[in-house]
Design a protein around this ligand. Structure first.
Ligand SMILES: NC(=O)c1ccc[n+]([C@@H]2O[C@H](COP(=O)([O-])OP(=O)(O)OC[C@H]3O[C@@H](n4cnc5c(N)ncnc54)[C@H](OP(=O)(O)O)[C@@H]3O)[C@@H](O)[C@H]2O)c1
Length: 274
């Protein structure tokens, strides 16, 4: 299976010949026999979550719009001895969402872990946001997780187990100029997390959210200096690596988190605490 990777970017995973569900380190893999679907797994945080789940033995459904990047993620997991399938879907299309649900079911059967990670982040003054941008943000950040959850959570509930992990942001919790639309969409996802915890928790599904703040990704390389300056004021005194968000996702997906319902878990270096 796949060994934990501390390298940047986290594309390198190492094959080893494990038996049953024991990893190379000798520790049990926490998601063996589980199936997982990660939206936005063609890039940055979602990609890191996909690798982390695969390292723990999950059979992966990788989804996004970019077929080449999706196939690269799938190949990386398979080359390392893991199991992965790519399903291309534009989450702003209800037809694509329905097709994704059907194709994931064909590929791996019932999805045990759904990570609603895909997102877009339109920023800027409120008066500069046009209606199309507003609609795209709602469609991608709120409507897509809503209808994916609507399709999968009742099946998890019928089986009596499942995990839903929503990826939000610190600006869902703090008013910050220039993030009104983005923050509002993720605030909606935060409330959905709590509502779904109440709706599906009694049937055995755990619904929780991760709240990243400053994550160093290829997209932030250009502004590394300002990223370091802002991160330097955090209790952690540094930014996060995608792997660190992914490790929190593994925890929420694992049996160890079975008593967590509706938890909004900051992985933010302490930003929201101060
Ligand atoms: N990076 C950060 O510092 C940070 C901080 C806080 C929160 N977050 C949250 O973490 C999540 C991931 O962020 P990221 O930085 O990894 O983002 P990213 O690199 O921009 O990746 C976004 C992902 O979402 C997918 N996506 C976007 N629109 C889509 C659509 N219409 N249909 C299907 N897939 C779509 C993209 O897939 P394709 O490119 O293949 O279409 C891509 O895989 C987001 O929800 C974001 O709000 C990120």
């Amino acid at each position: 299976m796949i060994e934990r990777c501390h390298m940047w970017p986290c594309r390198i995973v190492i094959a080893c010949s494990n038996e049953h569900d024991i990893g190379k380190s000798g520790e049990p893999m926490r998601l063996s026999t589980k199936t997982a679907q990660v939206t936005g797994a063609t890039s940055r945080i979602g990609e890191a979550i996909a690798y982390a789940f695969a390292r723990e033995g999950a059979q992966m459904v990788i989804t996004g719009r970019n077929v080449n990047r999706g196939q690269t993620v799938v190949d990386t997991i398979r080359d390392a001895g893991g199991s992965a399938h790519f399903v291309s879907a534009d989450l702003t299309s209800q037809q694509d969402i329905n097709a994704l649900v059907a194709q994931a079911d064909t590929a791996v059967g019932l999805v045990y872990i759904l990570a609603n990670n895909a997102g877009i982040f339109p920023m800027g003054p409120t008066a500069d946001i046009d209606a199309a941008t507003f609609d795209a943000a709602i469609a991608t950040n709120v409507k897509a997780p809503f209808f994916l959850t609507a399709a999968l959570a009742p099946k998890m509930a019928r089986r009596g187990s499942g995990k839903i992990i929503n990826v939000t942001t610190v600006v869902a919790h703090k008013g910050v100029a220039g993030t009104a639309l983005y923050g509002a969409t993720k605030a909606a996802l935060t409330l959905l997390t709590k509502s779904w915890a109440d709706e599906f928790g009694p049937s055995g599904a755990n619904v929780n959210a991760l709240v990243p703040h400053l994550v160093r990704t290829p997209g932030t390389e250009a502004s590394l200096e300002s990223l370091e300056q802002i991160a330097g004021r955090l209790p952690a005194r540094r930014y996060a690596m995608p792997d660190e968000v992914a490790e929190a996702a593994v925890y929420l997906a694992s049996q160890e988190a079975r008593y967590l319902h509706g938890v909004i878990l900051p992985v933010d270096g302490g930003y929201l605490a101060t």
